[in-house]
Ligand binder design. Structure first.
Ligand code: PRT
Ligand code: MG
Length: 221
């Protein structure tokens, strides 16, 4: 049995064509079904539906053999596990080039970020991505107080709780709708295939088949 961990939403949707390229069809729709383990047309392949931030954990601890997760999530997970920002021992063979976005710093349109940084003020930064934010501002030599949030980061500057946010941006519409502007582009993000190393040793052949099918489908689907 090969177990693949996926999160609902955009990663799931964008993974379906890659699975199809590997001859795998998921038989249930995770948005409709309450099942957490989904069958596929292949009797020896199943899909776990987990929270996006839990995908690396399931793969690291062997709850799943492989998973698909954003680079953002992997970097934060790696820092929790003392890994050098690399996902703590998770093998990452492939950038799948899906669920693409960027991670940026944004502020209220009326906040003078450039002067705040120039004058060496302490910035209050709200984010779900504390490890990425800490490293980015440390490299710039900017002092920050980090406020950890789990979602809707855009609110924090609007209510005066933070000067800036570090968040994912794709179209920019969410920032625009909340009168925030992007002032720094920290890095580009896409989703990666991650593998449990022990599983790869035990199930090398069937896992290799899926990895190879994904690799040849990347960029084509
Ligand atoms: O929702 P839950 O708390 O369970 O987890 P999650 O929010 O981490 O999951 P999900 O499905 O929203 O995102 C999963 C992964 O998709 C992320 O870890 C990223 O790698 C990737 N991804 C790609 C994105 C986006 N694009 C994205 N735009 N994740 C989130 N967003 C959000 C962003 O946080 C912001 O609120 O969309 C909003 C901005 O979008 P635009 O288009 O308005 O700029
Ligand atoms: Mg979400």
């Amino acid at each position: 049995m090969i177990t693949l961990a996926l999160s609902k939403g955009r990663i799931f949707e964008e993974t379906l064509p890659l699975l199809r390229a590997a001859g795998i069809e998921v038989l249930d729709d995770p948005e409709k079904s309450r099942k957490l383990i989904l069958d596929t047309n292949q009797p020896d392949v199943r899909v776990l539906v987990v929270r996006a931030t839990d995908v690396p954990t399931y793969v690291q601890f062997g709850g799943a053999d492989m998973g698909i997760t954003g680079k953002d999530t992997l970097l934060e997970h790696g820092s929790d596990w003392g890994g050098a920002g690399n996902g703590a021992g998770l093998y990452q063979p492939l950038d799948l080039d899906i669920a693409k976005c960027r991670i940026s710093v944004a502020v209220r349109a009326d906040f003078d970020y450039a002067s705040a940084v120039r004058q060496g003020s302490r910035l209050k930064v709200a984010t779900k991505y504390v490890a990425i934010a800490r490293e980015f501002f440390a490299n710039k030599g900017v002092h920050v107080d980090l406020i950890k949030l789990y979602g809707s980061m855009e609110l924090a500057p609007l209510v005066g709780m933070a000067d800036a946010i570090v968040d994912l941006v794709s179209t920019g519409n969410t920032l625009k709708a909340n009168r925030l502007v992007e002032v720094e582009h920290i890095m580009d993000i896409s989703s990666r295939l991650v593998l449990n190393q022990a599983a790869l040793k035990l199930k090398r052949e069937p896992m290799r088949k899926i990895i190879d099918a994904f690799a040849s489908a990347v960029g084509k689907v």
